[in-house]
Write a protein that binds this ligand. Structure first.
Ligand code: ADP
Ligand code: MG
Length: 716
């Protein structure tokens, strides 16, 4: 985004943002009787959804539109309006904006497209238009946006076909979307399920007002309880990050779908960290740290937003799921999917089992509970008693009710909403049937209660609810503290920029208290033997050149050298290999202590993300690390608890705790090293382009860790 010559805020805004989202007066430029036209639809929807303010059609050719007196131009208005909606052809946009600015309009919602998104000419026009607006204190939404839906104030300022829907009652979901079409689609889908929105804002090209401006507004907005965002790119990443924390402090969950996941890691990178901790991963890590919930797709996002708006929230993360079903088959499949969704079936308390025993045979006092096995048949009394017992069980965080076709579907559905509310527990009702299930769906809508058409939707929502509860639980965590001996002084004598050698990178690590191998640089075979004798056999010998990225691929790493003869031979071979790989680039051979007793090898990494600053990474997989992508990323610095949690989230975590006869590794030492590395990354900031410790060898529990290889790139 190019900067505009009139900076934001240099001329005071004519109206505050809240009056743009909820205007008292609206002019529709290009208003028409024809709902086939943009301007025709805008005025149609404003009227249809009961806009209570002053509505002025602008049309030079007609005295009245939809029974409202029309004006030939904005300039002809007797008094200025809060908002003008422009869906004019792009060729007329600049003139219209100039006229609006002169007429005292507070803000323009610019639906017109083909601006910056269409190429340099459009970008130049967009910049001119913003300059004109800002010079007058008039704000712009868009261009290339679909406007604003504001059911709270009945201000539907949009041409979106989603507004064909009836009865947009106000609710608690606030939406900001960088795609107008997607916003219309998700609102219309969720509206059919009974979800209700507070304000939905399509920001388009964000030429003037941007996503973060509206996010500030939603965080402060009393009507908004949950925030859902569709993001393509952020204009102010650090501001956004601070806002995520503010939203959490305000008790408003933020759900996000961000495009661009597949772009992560595609750039050819010199370090593992750069390829594994790309910009999407950094974004995800920042969301997690701030307690926001990142989802892969918009359907689960809007369903989860609705669940957070209309259902009781999880009391705490990590509890189990209770399943109450009407058939064995669909339930078995759902239970099978719980672990994949990071969820687990609850363990029933004795008290809950005692209640079940009143309704079920002794062989069935466990989850999932199938009402088909109820002694008295599927009776309402049994369902009531069992759900109440679930809500009171300390291991049960949520209840899923997958329903299949049965004669009492609608009646049983109607039992659920009051039980969930009374028990203050999220209950996810799944109606998997086709049209015969509509009566049950209608019962849920009538009770103002969410339902799901597919079990997979309910599971995705549950996972989001868990993530939200985890984010809430993180709110009380104290900020990370610097461990003793972790910098902040950077060792003298390192190059200011460019690739560091292994030994130089390890001096950085050592300055932060990360254990590294004892080692010495030798420039001839006899010096290598003297170094080996000082260090103690067995030793490792490695060829040193700044031009080499992966040493062992080129035969430059010789392990387990047991005596002087082995060192001499290795030196000669490595020197020859280095001469082939990087002619003239040899700086000598590094003779180092051979780390013994390793139980596991980790990769640790750090990089500076252009949007969100220092990041650290930890992963498993040795040479397969890029293939397995079993890594965890977090913004630096991290606390010891964060570092431990990152390790536990690795898919291969069980490998570290000891499997199949392998001893458990010293995970406490790994967490400690990660914390120290995170302070190094935080202190160096943008100077540290990227750093890999690969591997950090973990010895057995209590035996510590040691960095045997390291690589870093510094920037000025
Ligand atoms: P590369 O540049 O190929 O990554 P490394 O220095 O990481 O070279 O060495 C390759 C492998 O050799 C390491 O992954 C590790 O398993 C082993 N290794 C390297 N240095 C040592 C050491 N000092 N002690 C024990 N094992 C080592
Ligand atoms: Mg290595």
């Amino acid at each position: 985004m190019t900067s505009v010559s009139v900076p934001e805020g240099s001329v005071p805004d004519r109206i505050p943002l809240a009056r743009i989202v909820g205007p008292r007066s609206v002019a529709v430029v290009g208003a028409s009787e024809d709902v086939g036209k943009f301007g025709g639809r805008v005025i149609h929807y404003l009227i249809k959804h009961g806009f209570p303010g002053r509505l002025v059609p602008i049309n030079p050719n007609r005295p009245a539109i939809r029974g409202l007196p029309a004006f030939p131009s904005l300039a002809a208005l007797p008094e200025p309006v809060d908002v003008a909606i422009l869906a004019v052809p792009v060729a007329h946009l600049e003139a219209q904006i100039t006229e609006a600015a002169a007429a005292g309009v507070g803000a323009c919602i610019v639906i017109t497209a083909k601006l910056a998104e269409s190429g340099p000419e459009g970008a130049a026009l967009q910049e001119r238009v913003v300059r004109i607006a800002r010079g007058a204190g008039m704000r712009l939404v868009g261009p290339n946006c679909l406007g604003i839906f504001n059911p709270v104030d009945r201000a539907m300022l949009s041409s979106s076909l989603a507004l064909e829907g009836e009865g947009f009652a106000p609710g608690g979901i606030g939406v900001i979307s960088q795609s107008g079409a997607l916003m219309g689609t998700l609102v219309s889908l969720a509206h059919d399920h009974g979800a209700r929105f507070s304000r939905c804002i399509s920001v388009g090209n964000q030429a003037d007002l941007e996503l973060c401006d509206f996010l500030d507004y939603l965080i402060a907005d009393e009507a908004t309880r949950v925030i859902a965002l569709y993001i393509e790119g952020l204009r102010s990443p650090e501001r956004f990050r601070a806002q995520l924390r503010q939203a959490r402090a305000a008790g408003k969950p933020v759900l996000i779908v961000k495009a661009g996941r597949s772009e992560a890691g595609v750039q050819a990178a010199r370090s593992h960290t750069a390829s594994l901790a790309g910009s999407y991963e950094a974004f995800a890590a920042v969301c997690r740290e701030a307690g926001a919930v990142l989802l892969d797709d918009w359907v689960p996002m809007v369903l989860a937003a609705d669940a957070l708006d209309r259902l009781p929230r999880l009391k705490a993360p990590g509890r189990g799921v209770a399943v109450l079903a009407s058939s064995g088959g669909s339930t078995a499949i759902l239970v099978d999917q719980l672990p994949d969704a990071g969820l687990r079936l609850a363990t029933l308390s004795e008290a809950t089992k005692a209640v079940l025993a009143e309704w079920l045979p002794p062989t069935h006092l466990h989850l999932p509970v199938d009402t088909g096995n109820f002694r008295e048949g599927t009776s309402a009394a049994g369902i009531n008693a069992v759900v109440r017992a679930f809500a009171a069980d300390p291991d049960i965080g949520s209840i899923v009710v997958p329903m299949t076709t049965s004669p009492r579907m609608a009646a049983n559905a109607a039992l659920m909403p009051p039980l969930a509310r009374e028990g203050d527990i999220p209950l996810l009702y799944v109606m998997g049937a086709g049209a015969v299930g509509d009566e049950a769906r209608a019962a849920m809508r009538a009770a103002d209660f969410p339902y799901y058409d597919r079990a997979s939707d309910a599971l995705a929502v549950l996972r989001a609810l868990e993530a939200e509860a985890e984010g809430r639980a993180r709110a009380g965590v104290p900020p990370p503290e610097r461990p003793a001996g972790a910098g902040p002084a950077i060792p003298e004598g390192l190059p200011d920029e460019g690739m560091l050698t292994e030994a130089e990178a390890k001096r950085l690590l050592a300055a932060y208290g990360i254990p590294t191998t004892r080692e010495r640089l030798a420039t001839d075979a006899e010096a290598a033997v003297r170094a080996a004798e000082a260090i103690g056999y067995p030793v490792v010998l490695k060829g040193v050149s700044r031009a080499v990225v992966h040493k062992s691929d080129l035969g430059l790493v010789r392990l387990g050298l047991a005596d002087a003869a082995a060192v001499r031979a290795a030196f000669a071979e490595v020197a020859a290999a280095l001469d082939r790989a990087a002619p003239g680039g040899m700086e000598g051979c590094l003779v180092q202590e051979m780390a013994q007793g390793g139980a596991a090898e980790l990769i640790l990494g750090a990089r500076h993300d252009p949007d969100f600053g220092p990041m650290v990474l930890v992963g498993l997989g040795g040479v397969l690390v890029e293939l397995l992508r079993d890594v965890q990323i977090a913004p630096a610095p991290v606390s010891l608890a964060d570092a431990e949690a990152m390790l536990r989230r690795l898919r291969l975590w069980p490998v570290l705790t000891g499997v199949r006869g392998r001893p458990p590794a010293d995970v406490a030492a790994a967490a400690e090293a990660l914390v120290r590395l995170s302070w190094l990354a935080a202190d160096l900031g943008p100077r540290l382009a990227e750093l890999d410790v690969n591997p950090l060898i973990l010895r057995g529990a209590g035996q510590g860790s040691i960095a045997v290889d390291a690589r870093a790139v510094l920037r000025r």
